[in-house]
Design a protein around this ligand. Structure first.
Ligand SMILES: [Zn+2]
Ligand SMILES: [Zn+2]
Length: 89
């Protein structure tokens, strides 16, 4: 192991997609600081259910999927409103 060579260092930072904006701002600012110090940062936003906190890697106990492409809500937490359209309900 040689310490003479400066090898590029990459660190991965994962943040939940439901993280508050100020946290994202701080992480982004930190990534900029590290980049200035020669450390490249890979920001990884983990899609997280805003209700129960499950992710793609850690689904709910009975399994779940995302209710839509854009909404961070899983089928376990979605209100049971996906019934067929009818005039009276
Ligand atoms: Zn959920
Ligand atoms: Zn879930």
């Amino acid at each position: 192991m040689s310490l003479n060579e400066t090898e590029p260092v990459t660190v991965g930072i994962t943040v939940p997609s439901i993280a508050p904006q100020d946290l994202l701002d701080r992480v982004t600012a930190m990534a900029d600081d590290l980049a200035a110090a020669g450390i490249s940062v890979e920001l990884d936003v983990i899609r997280t259910c805003r209700s129960c906190g499950c992710t793609d890697d850690r689904a709910c106990f009975l399994g779940c999927t995302w209710v839509s492409e854009t909404e961070d809500l899983c089928t376990s937490c979605a209100p049971a409103s996906s019934t067929p359209a009818s005039d009276h309900g």
